[in-house]
Design a binder for this molecule. Structure first.
Ligand code: MLC
Length: 350
């Protein structure tokens, strides 16, 4: 019998430290205002970003001191593993499964380096089987929640009945740089947070939704739009100020191309569930996808409560949309380094 892969559960987790945007704005002013002459010009972004708070694996005080690779990596390994276990445990609970039931684990993370990778480190803590198939993926950035789900769905489809655990963990705050006196660094300081999302997938009966199509679109010559600079201090964020206009100009045709290749039509889609990269990105996506302004409400709510957590953010929005009642047909969509658009089509299981 042929089965379409199904989304069985979705769960999320955030670290313990809550960074209120008002406190981050004060801290950024203390750190940057005397050293960076353009700070006052950029500082309004802390109020205009549409973000109330974010979560972080380290308290606010940690960000007042510079940290090199060893300290950032230690914070990543400790914080990412903890979040992996929390999100994966919740997703398994939601599916009524245990760690020993998992056949394949897809782990998406681009904000730190871990070898052995996170799911290997979680093995002893969670009790995965010794024959579990591990698929760690690095480099997808903000598109990782959607592309990772697509990879997990394809692996579930390849072995019907097997249980696939997908976990996306990103600790974006660890890339905060005291030494980068640039507008991009200040905007990033106002925008990014830490979090994890996890899903269980299986090709079989039950579940929340079928994943019946997925696709990507990469634009040539756009490597400089998003990514990491790597230097002796650690990762430094590359994100161009052109992202909102780029999304507005190009996301519509990219998504329509992906839908077309999947045999879907725009009018079939009841809800686009989008990665909220930033306030202007959400507005740009509404324009690009010909949606009513304000209709991406769960996206704005997630952005306000958690900031942009990169890959897991789309899974936070998905969890909220499912909580509010998943429409019959939806498409999860995100942009990420490449520059790439990624989509996953969901059909609610009735
Ligand atoms: C943060 C904002 C809400 C602030 O909006 P405002 O209207 O208040 O301010 P603004 O846009 O004029 O920006 C204030 C000043 O910062 C500068 N500025 C803004 N973004 C910048 C960037 N990425 N790099 C360098 N400078 C930047 C502007 O040019 C301006 O300076 P001056 O006036 O001197 O010119 C908005 O800029 C926003 O939502 N931007 C999108 C953030 C983003 O790209 N997110 C995607 C992350 S990647 C991702 O998650 C994938 C994806 O979704 O694509």
């Amino acid at each position: 019998m042929r089965y379409t892969p199904r989304l069985v559960s979705v769960a999320t987790a955030v670290p313990e430290h809550v960074l209120l945007q008002s406190d981050v704005a004060k801290a950024a002013s203390t750190i940057f205002s005397k050293r960076y002459s353009a700070f006052d010009r950029v500082s309004p972004v802390f109020t205009t970003a549409g973000i109330h708070k974010r979560h972080a694996v380290r308290p606010l005080e940690w960000f007042f001191e510079s940290h090199g690779w060893p300290e950032r990596t230690a914070a990543y390994l400790e914080g990412a593993l903890k979040l992996f276990v929390q999100a994966a445990t919740k997703a398994l609970d939601g599916a009524g499964l245990q760690a020993r039931d998992v056949d394949t684990i897809v782990t998406v993370s681009s904000t730190g380096i871990a070898t052995p990778s996170l799911e290997a480190r979680a093995c002893g803590i969670m009790g995965f089987r010794g024959d579990v198939h591990r698929v760690p993926v690095f480099g997808l950035g903000c598109a990782g929640g959607v592309t990772g789900l697509s990879i997990a769905a394809k692996l579930a489809k390849a072995q019907p009945g097997s249980v696939v655990l997908f976990v996306a963990v990103e600790l974006c705050t660890l890339a905060f740089r005291l030494d980068e006196l640039t507008k991009a660094n200040i905007v990033a300081t106002a925008l990014f947070g830490d979090g994890a999302g996890a899903c269980i997938l299986r090709a079989g009966e039950g579940g929340i939704a079928e994943i019946d199509a997925s696709g990507e679109h990469i634009w040539p010559d756009t490597l400089d739009i998003m990514g990491w600079n790597v230097d002796p201090e650690g990762f430094g964020v590359i994100f161009a100020r052109s992202i909102p206009p780029f999304a507005e100009a190009h996301m519509g045709s990219a998504v329509m191309g992906i839908l077309d290749r999947a045999g879907l039509h725009r009018q079939d889609i009841d809800r686009f569930i989008c990665h909220p990269g930033g306030k202007k990105v959400v507005t740009a996506l509404e324009r690009a996808l010909a949606l009513d302004q304000g209709s991406l409400d769960h996206e704005r709510s997630v952005l306000s409560e958690y900031g942009n957590m990169s890959a897991p953010t789309a899974l936070f929005v998905l969890e909220q949309v499912i909580g509010a009642g998943l429409p019959n047909r939806s498409v999860l969509a995100a942009l990420g380094p490449g520059f790439t658009a990624s989509c996953v089509a969901l059909r609610r299981v009735t």
